[in-house]
Design a protein around this ligand. Structure first.
Ligand SMILES: [Zn+2]
Ligand SMILES: [Zn+2]
Length: 165
């Protein structure tokens, strides 16, 4: 978990790097999906075993009336309840880690850092629709192969014709 935090901190620190942003988008999505699934499974388990524990208690009361020597072992259900709680906690933590990854355009506060008029790598001024940095060669934008429209480097589909970039 600590290593993952380091990776996220590094991604967030290098938000203006477009390749870095692609990694950030993928990691954020993966963490939010995995964390979300675990959190839902865990929460459903917590509710289910809480109800099961109550049911078992009522059954025990009924059994006690017919057979006073019967005993109720609450440990297996309690273990499942606690394990579900732990899964829910881990899932929520992973989901929050995903949320903490800064995505340009989604996390609007940082959008301006990427759509800057300076090369994110070397700081050279970018003119109009430059696709590559004239100083260091970094790819700044994507040209649509179908209609030649110039799109931002983080866009997945052409803004003009909808082709995959
Ligand atoms: Zn450059
Ligand atoms: Zn296009």
């Amino acid at each position: 978990m600590g290593k993952l935090k380091d990776i996220i901190a590094e991604l967030n620190n290098n938000i203006s790097d477009i390749a870095n942003q692609e990694k950030a988008v993928k990691l954020r999505r993966a963490l939010m999906i995995i964390g979300g699934i675990l959190a839902i499974v865990g929460i459903v388990g917590v509710i289910y075993y809480f109800a099961a524990f109550g049911n078992a208690g009522f059954e025990q009361v009924d059994n006690f009336h017919s057979d006073p020597t019967s005993t109720f072992n609450p440990i297996p259900i309690m273990i499942k309840f606690v394990v579900s709680g732990i899964i829910a906690g881990i899932g929520t933590t992973i989901f929050k880690l995903g949320l903490s990854i800064t995505i340009a355009g989604v996390t609007t506060k940082f959008a301006g850092d990427v759509l800057t008029d300076k090369c994110p790598d070397c700081g050279t001024a970018i003119k109009g629709d430059d696709v590559f940095c004239t100083s260091c060669g970094k790819q700044l934008r994507k040209v649509c192969a179908k209609c030649n429209h110039i799109n931002e480097a983080d866009e997945k589909f052409c803004a003009k014709c909808g082709s995959q970039l």
